[in-house]
Design a protein around this ligand. Structure first.
Ligand code: PGA
Length: 247
């Protein structure tokens, strides 16, 4: 696990975007694993900027997103499909037919999960996966639990995640209670993983993720076992590592 310490959010976003820039240049038809939330917005803005400057070509890129709320379709402005369109896909030359987000409106979530896993396999797996991290250590919607889940499926969101995400909804009751999420095992199969985090609220969980025990109670801690994981954090998210290890 490599940790890259950055000055601030902008610096973090630029460094993360630079890894995706290289990935797309090295393999123009790569499969990118993408994430939603506040953290990746700056990374996407930087990729859009490079595209507009003629430095990046997304025409052959394929993408798979980590997760989607159950019950929301892509036209709902809180859905992750909508987020991806607004924050990246509508602004670059990616073919939308090559972009994939789990279907939160599928009739049968177990079947949808199997379809999504099979789709990732059929694309040849993920070349580079972008991740944010929840305050409780979740990646995707893999919430803390007693065991790592085996296969993409419908997950119940914890109160902490519902509270954290309430800021995007009119009332907390509007936050969906379940989601469909790629599991840790699928994320671990990505050839490269890039996790980004900023701000003081993430400092303790970043320490746990990088130096705590590997446990499903901190789902992101599994990344300690990943052969090519890069953690990119700003000074504030690095604060607990600095305090405990003086690095
Ligand atoms: P955030 O969410 O980027 O909005 O902090 C991250 C996450 O919950 O994975």
């Amino acid at each position: 696990m490599k940790i890259i310490r950055c000055k601030d959010y902008e610096d973090m976003s630029k460094k993360a975007a630079a890894l995706f820039f290289s990935q797309i240049h090295m393999k123009p038809d790569c499969v990118l694993g993408l994430a939603t939330g506040s953290t990746p917005v700056g990374t996407y803005k930087q990729l859009i900027k490079w595209y507009e400057e003629g430095e990046l070509d997304f025409s052959k890129v394929k993408s798979v997103n980590l997760d989607e709320y159950v019950g929301l379709d892509g036209t709902n402005d809180q859905s992750y499909r909508y987020f991806m369109n607004e924050n990246l896909f509508n602004h670059v030359n990616i073919d939308k037919a090559n972009t994939n987000v789990p279907n939160g409106k599928a009739d049968n979530m177990n079947e949808e999960a199997l379809r999504y896993e099979a789709l990732i396999e059929s694309l040849g797996g993920i070349d580079m996966q972008l991740l944010g991290i929840g305050n409780n250590g979740h990646i995707g919607f893999n919430e803390p639990s007693d065991a790592f889940d085996k296969i993409t499926h419908e997950v119940k969101l914890t109160d902490s995640t519902i509270h954290a995400n309430a800021r995007f909804f009119e009332t907390i009751d509007d936050v969906p209670k379940t989601a469909i999420s790629m599991v840790i095992g699928t994320i671990m199969k990505a050839k490269k993983v890039v996790l980004i985090a900023n701000g003081p609220k993430k400092a303790d969980i970043i320490y746990e993720t990088c130096f705590g025990p590997i446990t499903p109670n901190v789902p992101a801690s599994a990344l300690q076992m990943h052969p090519d994981a890069t953690i990119i954090v700003d000074e504030e998210a690095y604060a607990t590592i600095l305090a405990k290890r003086g690095e």
